[in-house]
Design a protein around this ligand. Structure first.
Ligand SMILES: Cc1cc2nc3c(=O)[nH]c(=O)nc-3n(C[C@H](O)[C@H](O)[C@H](O)COP(=O)(O)OP(=O)(O)OC[C@H]3O[C@@H](n4cnc5c(N)ncnc54)[C@H](O)[C@@H]3O)c2cc1C
Length: 458
């Protein structure tokens, strides 16, 4: 090793540093590899906060860019090291430090994989609701840094609702502990939630304190087949307005169900145009009662079919297929551009109509799925062929969908974050004054601009 690699190796140990070009290539992008990629100059794999802090001190003194990285499953090119420099890969910091049943909290290192954490807390009868569909790979640090959501957002909110405190290494290597382990805190500016969603641009999160809930005793899945996309969208708003807040309320287009059926033993009938996959949770009596209520309502509103899934195994197969939908699409199509627009729930029908029109006008295959219960729609542009013309059209479609979402009072990202992908649209939503204020905040935390440069703003 020479130069940068040698210095870093001397600082934190050679086994924690990578400079081989083949290794570096693996760190050049996230799950949006087609969008932008750039190799870093070195990767460090710290095993403790002290090594993160030492790496940052070095980078600060040498004005080197630093990009924090969890699992690289992001969908906004957030951890793509566009300016090179050092990637800090936090995967080796994967200790669950504490699960405190009495206080209903946990403390973890930021590289803990979300799915492992779910299993660990559920073993103790506790529950951590956020469930991005990448849960088998994504890290809690990445979840906090992007304010990740998932199907359970409709009832339980997203990652930000569970973060109580953090340990963060700042740009110059100093380590701070905003927040704590209390459910209530009123202590000056809420730095904990400023780091939450900051996409690695304000500091490197090394530890996280999370709030936990009791594990619901029972779950019940209901499948609704709707005649049209519009009917499905109306059902989403009606189910909730009538008083049932499902734990999950997923909208899926017929094409998505067709693909999911490849992995479901008891196939979902493809008779309708759109589908709702609903999970209710609570006590046994509550889920039975709510399932009946949802069934009656959907029947009254003339849904084509409503099925309360009796067998837990069958329900599990539906949810597993839903979870794996994105990877399947990625393998079937040459490129998949996953949008992440959220609109107020009562605007879902209009948003669906707008996406359908854009798809028709541009002649693009745009599938639709989403965590419709919380208004978060994921229109997915599915490209079987690539050419300059098709890619240009896809770019136009993204712009038009974002404009349509904003016109309906929505937001350009419900859960994936801004990264590079949405940077050009940020001003459309929050305006010049807020962008300027955010830049001043960034300046205060990271005066020499070494932390994840090139992200959030163009
Ligand atoms: C198949 C698939 C399904 C998905 N489903 C969902 C979903 O349902 N909901 C959802 O919200 N997202 C989803 N995602 C997107 C992605 O998984 C989430 O954004 C996730 O939170 C990223 O975690 P990560 O560990 O992979 O972070 P990375 O991709 O490595 O990083 C994401 C951002 O966080 C920053 N970062 C990472 N770790 C730290 C840290 N310790 N300190 C400071 N900054 C850090 C990075 O710099 C980057 O800006 C999906 C992705 C895929 C591929």
């Amino acid at each position: 090793m020479k130069g940068l690699g040698r210095d870093l190796a001397a600082l934190i140990g050679p086994e924690k540093v990578k400079t081989d070009p083949l290794d570096l290539r693996a760190y050049s992008s996230d799950a949006t590899h087609y969008f932008a990629s750039h190799d870093p100059d070195a990767v460090v794999l710290p095993e403790a906060t002290e090594q993160v802090s030492q790496t940052l001190k070095y980078a600060f003194n040498h004005s080197l860019p630093v990009t924090p990285r969890g699992a690289g499953s992001g969908l906004s090119a957030g951890c793509t090291p566009v300016k090179g420099g050092i990637v800090i890969d936090l995967k080796r910091m994967r200790k669950i430090i504490e699960i405190n049943r009495g206080n209903m909290t946990a403390q973890v290192e930021s590289g803990v994989v979300l799915g492992h954490f779910h299993h660990a807390v559920e073993k103790q009868g506790l529950f951590y609701p956020p469930d991005p569909q990448s849960l088998e790979v994504c890290t809690l640090g990445g979840n906090v840094a992007t304010r990740a959501g998932g199907p359970r957002g409709v009832k339980y909110g997203a990652t930000g609702n569970y973060v109580l405190g953090l340990e963060v290494a700042l740009a110059d290597g100093e380590v701070i502990n905003p927040g704590g382990k209390c459910v209530k805190q009123s202590v000056g500016y809420d730095l904990t939630h400023l780091f939450t969603g900051s996409e690695g641009t304000l500091g490197v999160i090394t530890k996280i304190n999370l709030r936990l809930l009791p594990l619901p005793l029972a779950r019940k899945t209901v499948l609704v087949v709707a005649e049209t996309v519009e009917q499905a969208a109306n059902l989403v708003t009606e189910i909730i307005a009538a008083g049932t807040i499902p734990a999950k309320l997923e909208f899926l287009h017929k094409g998505a169900i067709g693909l999911m059926n490849m992995f479901i033993p008891n196939k979902i009938p493809l008779s309708g145009e759109a589908f709702l996959l609903i999970e209710l949770d609570g006590s046994e009596a509550q889920v039975e009662e709510e399932a009946l209520r949802v069934k009656n309502l959907c029947q009254e509103l003339k849904a084509r079919e409503v099925k309360v899934v009796a067998e837990e195994k069958e329900a599990e197969s539906y949810w597993k297929a839903r979870q794996n939908l994105n990877p399947v699409l990625m393998s079937v199509f040459k490129r998949m551009i996953n949008e992440d627009i959220a609109v107020p729930r009562d605007k879902i029908p209009e948003m669906f109509r707008a996406v359908e029109k854009i798809s028709r006008t541009l002649g693009l295959n745009i599938g639709m799925s989403g965590h419709a219960g919380d208004g978060n729609i994921h229109p997915v542009i599915l490209l079987s062929q690539l050419s300059e013309e098709i890619e240009k059209k896809a770019g136009i479609a993204v712009e038009q969908m974002i404009k349509a979402g904003l016109e309906l009072g929505g937001t350009i990202s419900g859960e994936h974050g801004i990264g590079l992908h949405k940077a050009q649209f940020l001003k459309w939503e929050i305006g010049e004054a807020q962008v300027a204020l955010m830049k001043r905040v960034k300046q205060a935390f990271d005066p020499s601009g070494i932390l994840n440069p090139g992200k959030i703003w163009t």
